[in-house]
Design a protein around this ligand. Sequence first.
Ligand SMILES: [Fe+2]
Ligand SMILES: [Fe+2]
Length: 304
Amino acid sequence: MTHGGGVDSIHRAFPSGSAPLPGARILRLGHISDLHVADRSRYPRNGFTARDCERHSTRLAKGLLDALREIGVDHLVVTGDLTFSGEPREFERAAELLRPFAEAGKLTVVPGNHDVWTEESVETGRFLRALGPDGKGMKKAAPSYPHVVPLGDEAVLVALDSARYGDDPWTTPGRLGGEQLRAARELAREHARLGRAVLLAFHHHVVLPPERVPSDAHVCRMPLADADQVVRLVAEVPVAAVLHGHRHTAFRVDLPGAAGPTPVLCAGSASRTADEPVRRARAYLYEVDRTGVRSVEALVAGTE
Ligand SMILES: [Fe+2]
Ligand SMILES: [Fe+2]
């Protein structure tokens, strides 16, 4: 497999799957998260210093996006935290980075807690106006989730908004809410009946793996308040996978699902400058057919 500049390895993560079904069309879905595009010149502000911005590099994210374009993914999902603290220029830059995918009609984005970090970013509907659910932005911010995207005839992506504003963003949990959860359940049931694999995507983690990393202390204070409802949904209705971000380390946990083990995949951060292999900036590449996620590959960015 060829890959673009800035990516130094592609490897099969969490080997799974068997030979594809005869005649089944395999779709390739890219997944990145937590770009944290920062307008460094504006800091200190919103509780962050300019040095905090240096934990992320847009250049690493750009390398991964170039590699995904070269591979030719059918669709790309970005599971939130596109900005560092929801500043206007950060949204503009994130939209610029993702433009090729948006213009090709191959992009779905959901907001993360950092995209609703300030009251101002929420009140002005910055996320939806700059990026909207499909990366193109909206003239007037309007409720947009669940955002349902067909992935060929065999699978469907159900994108949900778990980002909630709170006076103290460091301790504000995410929440999907009853309305979105009911809609997701109905959609999953309906598409499963039609023989399609249903993939849910949102920002916050459902569960953290037993192997903890130091930054888990932070994300533990910003959990998904209704994670138990997601666990229940997956147990009761066939869901092929749950894709999310928020924790800046990649991992997979399998939940007991209505149709067998359901992979819950955290893509980590696509821009993190870190030496430890599990924290290195990465993108995931999934092969999907109507039976679910056939394989998971990780594209890992090179060091700067
Ligand atoms: Fe994040
Ligand atoms: Fe987050």
